[in-house]
Design a protein. Structure first.
Length: 217
């Protein structure tokens, strides 16, 4: 796979405007990234901006805390899919992981996956808040719930992706489930480290900078 297709080109900051989203979509078209990841209110705009390209529209639900009820997360998923989202990144309930309630995690993922109506579902673990064992067990629960990807981070907690967490996730889910490293990937060296650890997708706002470095190599 070409490096550009690893990237979910991301703009999730709360102050993002329509013009910001249009700019990110234009950058994604230029570099042919895997997707643009935007907040739910901008899904219709991104769908319009990316129409006729193979850049997917990705959005987030239960974001950034993951503490909404399963019912609300499923309704969010239905809404964004109806508005044109092709990929959905949901935040799992971190408190339930801390309680060891992996059955809850699997059932919630399954409910949201059903609501996605065949669209790709990535589940955000927020690995900076979890132990290595919790990362592994939560990853396996997500697979049980039919997630397509497990993802490291929202980028809004106390830490982002690390190669160590990515490696644990890859070992937990095996070779056929995606692993997305997100949060804190600022340059080509860091992107390569995530890929070497097992990431099959990278969420970053610095995607263009990484590609510019890559093109100079």
């Amino acid at each position: 796979m070409e490096l550009n297709k690893y990237f979910d080109h991301t703009i999730l900051k709360p102050e993002a405007t329509e013009e910001d989203v249009k700019r990110v979509c234009a950058e994604a078209r230029k570099y042919d990234f895997a997707s643009v990841c935007i907040n739910p209110c901008y899904v219709p705009l991104a769908a319009k901006e990316l129409k006729g390209t193979d850049v997917k529209v990705c959005t987030v639900i239960g974001f950034p805390l993951g503490a909404n009820s399963t019912k609300i997360k499923a309704l969010e998923a239905k809404d964004v899919v109806a508005n044109g989202a092709q990929e959905v990144d949901m935040v799992l309930n971190v408190g339930k992981v801390k309680e060891g309630d992996y059955d809850y995690i699997a059932k919630e993922v399954a409910a949201v996956k059903e609501a996605c109506e065949g669209r790709l579902l990535k589940v955000i673990l927020e690995t900076c808040l979890l132990t290595d064992e919790e990362i592994a067990l939560a990853s396996k629960a997500c697979v049980k719930g039919h997630a397509d990807y497990v993802k490291t981070s929202t980028g809004f907690s106390k830490g982002g992706a690390t190669p160590h967490a990515v490696k644990i996730m890859r070992e937990a889910v095996g070779p056929h489930i995606g692993v997305k490293a997100s949060g804190g990937v600022h340059n080509l060296e860091e992107a390569k480290a995530m890929i070497e650890a097992g990431a099959s997708r990278i969420g970053a706002s610095a995607s263009v900078k990484v590609m510019e470095e890559y093109e100079k190599c």
